[in-house]
Design a protein around this ligand. Structure first.
Ligand code: FDA
Length: 309
């Protein structure tokens, strides 16, 4: 119920404007976001690299409403790729197709994302296309396959919450594509998605095992210790070396677990978002863990008390 409310609020324009100008929400966002500029994000990535982890940079933004904004987002990503090269950090990039203009037409998004993937190919880097809500999946996969025909330095994301994902994973493995597996951060109806956590988890393990056995360098993206342990056990039991896959986690979440996996000899990549458009990202993180919301509310209450005359 709370998750539903928070995810719905993440799409509210008015609330977004209020939150973006609220000092507390802003400072809370910085727990999950590596700053508002690329200059602030790069040192965070250097630090992750020094701790034995790679990263994927996400320039926050989604559902842009003009072609100019979409083209600007693509240019920003090309700048990110050049900065990664210049700074010598071990990092690739993740993007959302609605940030590249998918709401304005598939060709708009295709032209923009193609420019980014082309730049990445020239710099020997890699682009991951994030997966958004289920309305976008067909278009995201179609666009991904079009790009993959031309470029191999591009991968996609699959959500274990969705019924369709097993067949999508099968086709992606067949095509030789690189997949990141996640549970899914969006509110989805019972017609398309499992509603119970246990079902999402069972499907996550099923898809993870398919990808570990037959996939090309799969990314297992979760903070769930049960999923991680199941992945480690499966890999060990089937003689799959740790170098053939990676674990991925979000910036600012379960740093202890991130460090432990590195100590245990696993590849770990951290998803590092930055930028000013942090509101919907932050709301999805709150929806995943209501304790985050309690932390914010607790701070608001403390601030209110301390301001009493
Ligand atoms: P689950 O939600 O069961 O949480 C397991 C444990 O992890 C919790 O008990 C808690 O300890 C910790 N945890 C989880 N979320 C937390 C939070 N917000 N704050 C603090 N602790 C938290 N989704 C999507 O739809 N499309 C995408 O492209 C991506 N991309 C992506 C990349 C990467 C690298 C990651 C790690 C995740 C995504 N996601 C995503 C988000 C994903 O779908 C999912 O919503 C979150 O990862 C939370 O699910 P968990 O697998 O962590 O399990």
């Amino acid at each position: 119920m709370l998750r539903e409310t928070l995810i719905r609020l993440s799409q509210q324009e008015q609330l977004r404007n209020i939150a973006m100008h609220n000092g507390l929400a802003h400072s809370f966002a910085l727990r999950f976001v590596a700053g508002e500029s690329l200059e602030q994000a790069v040192p965070c990535i250097r630090e992750l690299n020094a701790r034995g982890m790679t990263a994927t940079l996400d320039h926050l933004g989604e559902n842009v409403s003009s072609k100019a904004e979409a083209a600007e987002a693509a240019d920003a990503y090309r700048g990110i790729l050049q900065e990664i090269q210049r700074a010598g950090i071990r990092c690739n990039a993740s993007l959302k197709l609605t940030h590249m203009g998918l709401d304005l037409g598939e060709e708009v998004a295709f032209d923009n994302v193609r420019r980014v993937v082309d730049e990445a190919a020239q710099l020997d880097n890699f682009i991951r296309i994030d997966m958004e809500s289920s309305d976008y999946i067909d278009r995201t996969l179609q666009l991904f396959y079009r790009l993959f025909d031309e470029y191999k330095n591009v991968g996609v994301v699959i959500q274990s919450a969705l019924y369709r994902s097993e067949s999508d994973v099968e086709q992606l493995i067949e095509a030789g594509a690189r997949v990141r597996l996640v549970k899914g951060a969006y509110l989805e109806p019972p017609g398309v998605a499992f509603q119970r956590k246990t079902e999402v988890d069972v499907n996550f393990i099923r898809l993870m095992e398919m990808m570990l056995t037959r996939g090309d360098y799969p990314a297992i993206a979760t903070h769930d210790v049960n999923m991680i342990e199941a992945g480690k056990r499966f890999a060990q039991a089937h003689g799959i070396e740790a170098s053939r896959f990676e674990f991925q986690m979000l910036f600012g979440i379960r740093r202890d677990l991130q460090a432990q996996l590195v100590r245990d000899g696993y590849n770990v990549r951290i998803y590092v978002p930055y930028g000013t458009a942090w509101y919907p990202y932050l709301m999805r993180r709150m929806a995943e863990r209501p304790a985050n919301l309690m932390f914010v509310l607790g701070n608001i209450a403390r601030e209110a008390v301390s301001r009493r005359p």
